[in-house]
Design a protein. Structure first.
Length: 295
């Protein structure tokens, strides 16, 4: 049996989920192979979502963040085909040409000594290009409830958080003027150190104290989710949740192919609301119209 190691991107939740189609490709290219995925210890919380995945036989947590240890090398020595888990992007402005999902596929070309042709991405069907996670845990359904993930990044530690996330004042307008008057219950999720909107809006529920797994499991019980360009959005779409994503072209020189960074929802339950240049110019009315389409 062929044993393959490092089949997914190990760091950043969204990249790990967005690279799931590569597993499908490997299963088609190497039927019945044994596949191990490696996860960076800083992102170990993504591991529970990979349980019961049909193309994952083993989950390996790397020894140290952003590097390969001697212990990892010893582990990889037991495999026939080993992909390097850490590698830079194929070119600086890849997002003007293809999607995040295809970029992650192409990155494996760079580390596999020519075993993969980037054109082979096209051998996957549209369904196979859609990341999908297996729901192995129970979900408690909530009535008339919207999950919001207001802020991207890791509790403002990411310099792009303000570019990718609407401001507190933008969220104030949406919540006070639209969501609450429409009778929706609102639950906020996100990094524990994110700004807690409940400080200004006691009517909403804050679940910032949950682990990533608890947060996703709880939010999947809501009617729909509103997120920014974030890892949580990729996870929710991989479960097929009804999902509205707010986004802008925040990356340097991102002038074309503006949906490149967005998640793929395998159930097609995704509405993308793009606002060029400044995400705070996103219309509240546009958000409400998108919500109504899901009702």
């Amino acid at each position: 049996m062929l044993k393959i190691a490092n089949c997914l991107r190990p760091s950043r939740f969204g990249d790990t989920v967005a690279s799931l189609p590569f597993l499908r490709y490997l299963d088609k290219k190497y039927p019945n192979s044994y596949k191990s995925v490696s996860i960076d210890p800083m992102c170990h919380q993504i591991a529970p979502f990979l349980l019961n995945h049909p193309f994952i036989d083993n989950i390996h947590i790397l020894g140290k963040p952003d590097q390969i240890t001697n212990g990892d090398i010893d582990f990889f020595s037991k495999f026939s085909l080993v992909y390097h888990p850490y590698i830079p992007t194929t070119n600086q402005f890849w997002y003007n040409n293809w999607s995040l999902h295809e970029e992650l596929f192409r990155m494996n070309l760079e580390i596999s000594s020519g075993r993969i042709n980037p054109d082979e991405y096209s051998t996957l069907t549209e369904e196979e290009k859609s990341p999908r996670l297996e729901q192995w845990f129970p979900i408690e359904r909530k009535g008339n409830t919207i999950a919001i993930f207001p802020f991207s990044g890791y509790a403002n530690q990411d310099a792009t958080t303000d570019q990718r996330s609407p401001s507190i004042y933008w969220w104030r307008g949406l919540i006070i003027k639209h969501l609450l008057p429409s009778g929706y219950k609102i639950i906020q999720y996100g990094h524990p150190k994110s700004f807690n909107l409940q400080v200004y809006f006691p009517e909403i529920v804050s679940r910032l104290n949950l682990s990533l797994f608890e947060m996703i499991r709880d939010s999947l019980g809501c009617d729909l989710a509103i997120t920014t360009d974030s890892g949580a959005g990729h996870i929710l779409s991989a479960y097929g949740m009804r999902h509205i994503v707010l986004y802008t072209n925040w990356r340097e020189n991102h002038k074309s192919n503006l949906t490149a960074l967005l998640p793929i929802n395998y159930k097609k339950n995704l509405t993308n609301l793009f606002c060029k240049g400044n995400i705070n110019n996103t219309s509240h009315e546009e958000v409400m119209n998108a919500i109504k389409k899901f009702e």
